[in-house]
Write a protein that binds this ligand. Structure first.
Ligand code: ZN
Length: 258
């Protein structure tokens, strides 16, 4: 079986600007995630960052990507609109998209959701307890009933996204808040998974169960055989049955469209 081609896209600014973050992720968060996925031996990993030409997302890279993982925070506005749109188009064609943590305000995610994607937050070393609320879901495979991250930023409801098609995790925080922390949506031929943990000042992307969720997420979001090609859905449709008496096919639909 050919490996799943994963592109990990990272804004990669905090590590360059804040010593605290650089100390935790000396090569960047994307490298920590890449190491965790590579160890599974079933993914081909490609890295792309904001400051590369075309943000590292050339047409060739986008075409070759089965699943994209996206981490952004401080520089959402610097992502070119045309490139964000290409990412969205690839999702519609069948590419999987895994959006992490503060990526809830990224251009591709907001465009795919169509809502404000707002939430409450607090930086206060909260403990996060992540409950599996859909144990049969592929993204929950191999996980215990719940697992904990010792210190994380808190995200709280209400999370301004469309009702998830599938909800996999709910997080509880020391401060008492809860949050829908693992949400799945189907968009066109593609699948979108939002996974909450991953604030830059905590070593979250070394947590073995966080990495397991990401590996499960990649497998879930990968294109299925049906979505490996683009279905040309917007086209005239020839009738499958005889149209019958009184029903006439319009020969020049453009005359009929208004
Ligand atoms: Zn954060």
């Amino acid at each position: 079986m050919s490996p799943i081609n994963v592109t990990i896209w990272h804004e990669f600014r905090h590590e360059k600007q804040h010593k605290l973050v650089a100390d935790i992720y000396p090569r960047g968060m994307h490298e920590a995630i890449a190491d965790g996925l590579r160890a599974r031996g079933e993914f081909a990993i490609h890295l792309a960052t904001l400051d590369e030409p075309e943000h590292g997302l050339s047409d060739e890279v986008l075409r070759a990507t089965d699943v994209m993982i996206w981490w952004g925070h401080a520089a959402h506005d610097e992502v070119r609109d045309d490139i964000a749109e290409k990412v969205v188009q690839r999702v519609w064609q069948g590419m999987g998209l895994i959006v992490l943590h503060s990526g809830h305000f990224s251009k591709p995610f907001m465009r795919l959701m169509g809502t404000d994607c707002a939430l409450r937050w607090r930086e206060a070393n909260d403990r996060e307890r992540i409950w599996v609320v859909n144990p049969a879901h592929p993204i929950a495979q191999g996980l215990p009933d719940y697992f904990e991250i010792a210190e994380e930023e808190m995200y709280g409801e209400h999370f301004g996204v469309p009702q998830p098609d599938e909800l996999v995790f709910i997080s509880w925080f020391t401060g008492g808040e809860v949050f829908r922390s693992g949400c799945c949506w189907y968009r066109g031929m593609g699948k979108v998974f939002y996974f909450r943990p991953g604030h830059e000042t905590y070593p979250t992307y070394y947590h073995p169960l966080v990495l397991q969720v990401l590996a499960n997420g990649v497998r879930w979001a990968a294109p299925t055989p049906v979505s490996r090609f683009t279905r040309d859905v917007s086209r005239p449709s020839a009738p499958l049955e005889e149209l019958g008496p009184g029903v006439t096919l319009v020969k020049d639909p453009s005359l009929h469209s208004r």
